[in-house]
Design a protein around this ligand. Structure first.
Ligand code: HEM
Length: 326
């Protein structure tokens, strides 16, 4: 008997076609106090549930829509696939970096520090770096809180503190976006020319960047192929994340609510990709490599570090400006 009912239901479903995307609600969903107008209200309610837009004086038609049912699909994607994938990738990449540290250890200056310094980045370059990096760190922390905070922080901090922090974080996120975009312009202007493919890049790739084995130091100019990859990732993905972010900051400027839902998914997914890259960058710039971090703090690095990682660049500096050596 049960089988017959299932088969009959299936048959009806096949004949009548798939269920409409926008589910219709039963009368039971209408608050009883609002049911005095028995004739017109269910029709009005059905129209609203089906996404029909009303009219608001002086506003675009899209703003007259009270309920947009596709929002359910967007929310399911954001809180489901996107959050789950992003979460696992963040855990996986952090674990891979930790494993690399355990296996390879800190990449040392093999010749030992020479004590003689060379100017790696001018003040303007360092300002460009920290404008981009500082704002990105704020964007990353506050953005990840937007995506995961409700599950990770709220149970620990409680609703009041979490909502206060998230409110402040959203405000910071909106402001930092502009500093980040300014940083992108500055580093593009300063460094794009040093990040074009050159004849040392192929050798650097074949030598695994000298990261995998001790004693291997493929020559590189100002930036090696790994840094060039990270530079163009920051510029290109950063531009996409910024433009989708602007669209969310100024709603309805480029499209309707559906366009904004798509923008939000692209913004969040690409931002997570950037965070994954930057995790590796921060690792190499701090505990992963001896002698690198001062390039973006004081601006100077040890001449031995520079020779091991950027031999061609050191030669150029010494040839053109012999006084640059201290
Ligand atoms: C705590 C955070 C960070 C630290 C400690 C750090 C450290 C460094 C260091 C040491 C360098 C110089 C490498 C060299 O001399 O060859 C560098 C370069 C650079 N950084 Fe950062 N950085 C950080 C965050 C960021 C962020 C968030 C971004 C972008 C969103 C970024 C973008 C760049 C770029 C484009 C370069 C030049 C190319 C390269 O070396 O990869 N940095 N950083």
């Amino acid at each position: 008997m049960r089988l017959a009912i299932i088969l009959a239901t299936l048959l009806i479903a096949i004949i009548t076609g798939p269920a409409p995307l926008r589910a219709e609600t039963s009368d039971g969903d209408i608050p009883s106090a609002a049911r005095s107008d028995q004739v017109t209200l269910p029709d009005t309610w059905r129209a609203i549930r089906q996404g029909e837009a009303g009219y608001i004086g002086g506003q675009p038609a899209s703003r007259g829509q009270l309920i947009q049912s596709e929002g359910e699909a967007w929310r399911a994607a954001r809180n489901g696939k996107l959050a789950v994938w992003a979460g696992w990738l963040l855990i996986g990449v952090t674990a891979a970096i930790a494993a690399f540290y355990v296996i390879r250890g800190k990449i040392k200056m093999e010749g030992g520090p020479s004590g003689r310094l060379i100017l790696r980045f001018t003040k303007v370059e360092r300002i460009g770096h920290w404008l981009t990096a500082g704002s990105f760190l704020v964007l990353g922390v506050t953005g990840l809180n937007n995506l995961f905070g409700r599950w990770v922080l709220e149970p620990v901090l409680g609703k009041t503190l979490f909502s206060w922090l998230t409110w402040a974080g959203k405000w910071l996120h909106n402001i930092s976006g502009f500093f980040f975009m300014a940083g992108l312009v500055v580093i593009f202007w300063l460094w794009a020319k040093d990040n074009l493919w050159d004849r040392y890049d192929w050798g650097w790739i074949k030598g695994g960047g000298g990261l995998l084995k001790e004693g291997v130091h493929p020559p590189a100019a100002k930036f090696n192929f790994g840094q060039k990859t990270q530079f163009w990732m920051v510029i290109l993905v950063g531009t996409l994340v910024s433009s989708t972010g602007l669209n969310l900051l100024y709603p309805f400027t480029l499209g309707d609510i559906h366009a904004m839902q798509v923008m939000q998914l692209i913004h969040a997914a690409l931002a997570v990709v950037m965070v994954l890259f930057i995790l590796g960058h921060i690792y190499i710039g701090t505990i992963g490599m001896e002698g690198a971090s001062t390039a973006v703090t004081t601006g100077y690095v040890d001449r031995e570090w520079a020779r091991e990682h950027h031999a061609v660049w050191v030669e150029e500096v010494e040839k053109n400006e012999p006084k640059a050596a201290e």
